[in-house]
Design a protein around this ligand. Structure first.
Ligand SMILES: [Zn+2]
Length: 472
C-alpha cells in the first residue's frame, strides 16, 4: 500500500460529491463519496443526500441519481458530523477540488461546522506531473493511466478513481518527488509568529482537546493556566494535524489570520477517543467561553413538550423544564426549545401544517364545544366541536410530533460508555465525568447529577450507538 505523505500525518481523504448543479449556497449535494487512506488502511464510504430541489433531467442522466433515489436519503445536516470526522485532519484530495471543497465547506457552515482541510487538487497535480499533456479531466486520466472504472459519475466511483490515480503516480515517480509537488500545491503550514515551534512538535497526533492562549500578564509556566482565558478551544481525533491546519497558509480567512496572530501558547488534553474529546470540548467551551468559538448557548430556559396521555380521549401537552429531574428520561417528550416562546411557536407551526386544532393543543382559550377560529378558516378539521373524533385528532397529533421525539433513556440507572481505557459515566443523558480507574468511577457515581445540557445530550445520543454500554 502507498504510505501517507510525511507532511500529512493525518492521512488522505479522496473526495467526490455529486450535486443537482445548483450553487453551493443552496442544499445542492446529492451524494458524498470518500476513500480514506492512512496507516490503518483504506476505507471507503458514501451516502446519498437529499437536496432541497429537484435534480434536473440532464444531471439525472449523467449520474444516474434521480429524485426517487434521494427521496428518503438524509439531509446534509444529518450526516455533517460523520462526514466531518472522516475528513478531519486529513489532506482533502479531489479532482477540481475547488468545487467539492467549496460545496462541502458551505454545507458544513450551514450545519454549524467549520471545515478547514488542506486541499490538493488532482487536476493541478496531474498538470505538474505530466506537463506535456494538455487535458487533465478525469476521463483523460482514466485513459492515460488505465484506471479501472467501476461507477463513473457516482461519488464513490469517482473518488476510487482518484485513489487509483494516486497509486499509479507512485509507480512512476519517487515518493519524494510527489511529496515536494504536493507541498508546493498545498502550501506550507506556517506557524504563528509568537508560537514556540517546540510546543507544536510536542503535540501528539491522538484524540483530544486543544486550547489556544494569547498573551498573558505575568503568566505561569507549564501546567494548566487557570488565570488566563483561552482564545479558542477545539477538538480533533488527531491533535497535531488539526492544530497545524489552523495555520495553513492557503486558506486563511481574516478571522483565522487574527487568531493565529494572537496565539502564543497551546495547551492540550488527550482523551481516550473522539467521544471523550467532544464531551470535553463542549464542557470547556461552555465554561470558559473563548472569544473565537461559536458560543454554545446555555440551557437556563430549555424546555420540551410532554404529551400526557393518562386521560383517555383527553391528551394534553405540558411544557417541562430542564430543571425537572425527569427531563430527558421520559418516553413522552417532544422537541427541545430554548424558551417557552420558541416551544409555543413551534407547536403553532405544527398545528398549521397538520390542520390540528389550536384550542385542543392549549394554544388558545376557547369555549368548550364551539368551533375554533382555525376551523372557520378551514385549518382545523373540527376536533373542537366533535367534527373530528378526539382519537383521530390525537393520532394525527402523535404523527405530527413524531419528528421531534426525544431519544428515550431506556436504562434503569447510570451507565458507562467504554471508549478505549476510559469509561464515560452517564445518567439520564447527563455526563457525570470520565473515569479510568475504579476509585474515580465510584466518586463520579456518588456525586450529584449536573443539569441537563442539550449539547452534551446530542453527543451522548450518538455515543450510545457507537460505544459499548455497561450498566453501572
Ligand atoms: Zn378546532
Amino acid at each position: 500500500m502507498t504510505p501517507s505523505l510525511h507532511s500529512f500525518p493525518g492521512g488522505l481523504a479522496f473526495v467526490d460529491i455529486e450535486t443537482t448543479g445548483g450553487p453551493a449556497q443552496r442544499e445542492s449535494i446529492t451524494e458524498v463519496g470518500i476513500v480514506q487512506v492512512d496507516e490503518d488502511g483504506v476505507r471507503e464510504w458514501s451516502t446519498l443526500v437529499r437536496p432541497e430541489s429537484r435534480i434536473p433531467e440532464t444531471i439525472q442522466r449523467l449520474t444516474g441519481i434521480d429524485d426517487d433515489m434521494v427521496a428518503d436519503a438524509p439531509r446534509f445536516a444529518d450526516i455533517a458530523d460523520e462526514v466531518f470526522d472522516r475528513l478531519d485532519g486529513r489532506l482533502f484530495v479531489a479532482h477540481n477540488a475547488r468545487f467539492d471543497h467549496g460545496h462541502l465547506r458551505a454545507a458544513f457552515r450551514r450545519a454549524g461546522l467549520d471545515m478547514r482541510p488542506q486541499v490538493l487538487c488532482t487536476v493541478k497535480l496531474s498538470r505538474r506531473l505530466f506537463p506535456d499533456h494538455r487535458r487533465h479531466g478525469l476521463d483523460h486520466l482514466i485513459e492515460r493511466h488505465g484506471l479501472v472504472v467501476a461507477d463513473r459519475h457516482r461519488a464513490l466511483g469517482d473518488a476510487q478513481l482518484l485513489w487509483q490515480f494516486w497509486q499509479k503516480i507512485h509507480e512512476r515517480f519517487p515518493p519524494g518527488h510527489i511529496e515536494a509537488m504536493v507541498r508546493e500545491l498545498v502550501g506550507h503550514p506556517s506557524l504563528p509568529p509568537h508560537l514556540d515551534p517546540e510546543q507544536v512538535a510536542e503535540l501528539p497526533d491522538t484524540p483530544g482537546v486543544y486550547l489556544f492562549y494569547g498573551e498573558r500578564d505575568g503568566g505561569t509556566e507549564g501546567g494548566t493556566d487557570s488565570s488566563a482565558l483561552p482564545l479558542y478551544i477545539g477538538k480533533s481525533t488527531r491533535l497535531r494535524s488539526r492544530v497545524l491546519s489552523h495555520f495553513a497558509a492557503d486558506h486563511t480567512s481574516d478571522r483565522e489570520l487574527s487568531l493565529s496572530q494572537q496565539v502564543r501558547h497551546i495547551e492540550w488534553i488527550e482523551t481516550a477517543g473522539e467521544i471523550g474529546a467532544l464531551l470535553k470540548e463542549a464542557e470547556l467551551v461552555k465554561r470558559l467561553q473563548p472569544t473565537h468559538n461559536r458560543q454554545l448557548r446555555r440551557n437556563r430556559e430549555l424546555c420540551t413538550w410532554r404529551l400526557a396521555t393518562d386521560i383517555v380521549g383527553d391528551w394534553r401537552l405540558e411544557l417541562m423544564h430542564a430543571a425537572d429531574l425527569d427531563f430527558g428520561r421520559r418516553d413522552d417528550l417532544y422537541g427541545f426549545f430554548r424558551t417557552r416562546r420558541e416551544a409555543t411557536n413551534r407547536l403553532r407551526a405544527l398545528a398549521r401544517d397538520h390542520a390540528l386544532c389550536p384550542p385542543l393543543l392549549g394554544l388558545e382559550k376557547h369555549p368548550q364545544g364551539a368551533r375554533c377560529f382555525d376551523f372557520q378558516l378551514k385549518r382545523c378539521r373540527g376536533a373542537c366541536h366533535g367534527g373530528e373524533s378526539p382519537q383521530a385528532h390525537a393520532l394525527r397529533l402523535i404523527e405530527a410530533l413524531h419528528a421531534l421525539k426525544v431519544e428515550h433513556w431506556t436504562w434503569p440507572g447510570p451507565i458507562g460508555l467504554r471508549e478505549g481505557e476510559a469509561i464515560h459515566v452517564v445518567d439520564g443523558w447527563r455526563w457525570l465525568g470520565t473515569a479510568t480507574d475504579e476509585a474515580t468511577l465510584a466518586d463520579l457515581l456518588e456525586a450529584g447529577r449536573p443539569a441537563f445540557d442539550l449539547d452534551i445530550y446530542k453527543i451522548l445520543v450518538k455515543a450510545v450507538k457507537r460505544l459499548a454500554v455497561v450498566n453501572l
